[in-house]
Write a protein that binds this ligand. Sequence first.
Ligand code: SF4
Length: 250
Amino acid sequence: MYTLPQAIADLIDRGAVFYVSHSAGKDSQAMYARLQDVLPADRLVVVHADLGWVEWPGIQKHIRDNVRHPVHIVRAAKTFLGMVESRGMWPSSSCRQCTSDLKRDPIMKFIRADLKARGASIAVNCTGIRAAESKARAKKQALTVNKRETVDGRVKRTVYDWLPIFDLSTEEVFREIEAAGQKPFWTYERNERLSCVFCIMGSLNDLRHGAEKNPKLYKTYVELEKQIGHTMFQKGGQPVGLEAYTGISC
Ligand code: SF4
């Protein structure tokens, strides 16, 4: 069984509530598997930010099938495609408005409300980010105070960001899932990552798989690119349409 870091054991003693952000991806699944038996059951809360049509069908069922806790679904007021249309541009890796507006903010809104309803004041926002994913991610700390969400006024709230599987390699993530007697979401048979079907940072392999299995959604992305005159991707510093990028025509 996973041994909690002392700093986390101390937070448990102080009454912290742990919010496990679950995307249905392998990292979320391994994180939950690691935490399910070592956190107080009534203070482990599973949250999924629903992105609607742009998600792979079946991921919410996959989450429910692999956790013992209720799954709290949160949604932003806007949709991914509506956001792109109104901005007239796609998000990018340097400006991930999709992540902040459609995932982070609704999850934080839920955390604030749930914490208040419980009469608790310490939240730990758990995400499945790993050092091995990128150089930028490797520079992160596994446990930090979230200054944006922490308040010290009449209402007191301390929010921590914790990365419980920060140290795991990709192979160890899959082993953690297997050790829990589970399987990752079916798309991993072909995909490298599980994200939106067409992620702005998706690999060619994952985009092609997404287009094959979700042709209607693919066509919508292709048409939206043409409508707003902005492409999701560039090649050699030049904009390139999704059809040319993937080699798949609608
Ligand atoms: S999966 Fe990709 S496109 Fe979807 S919200 Fe995250 S970064 Fe944006």
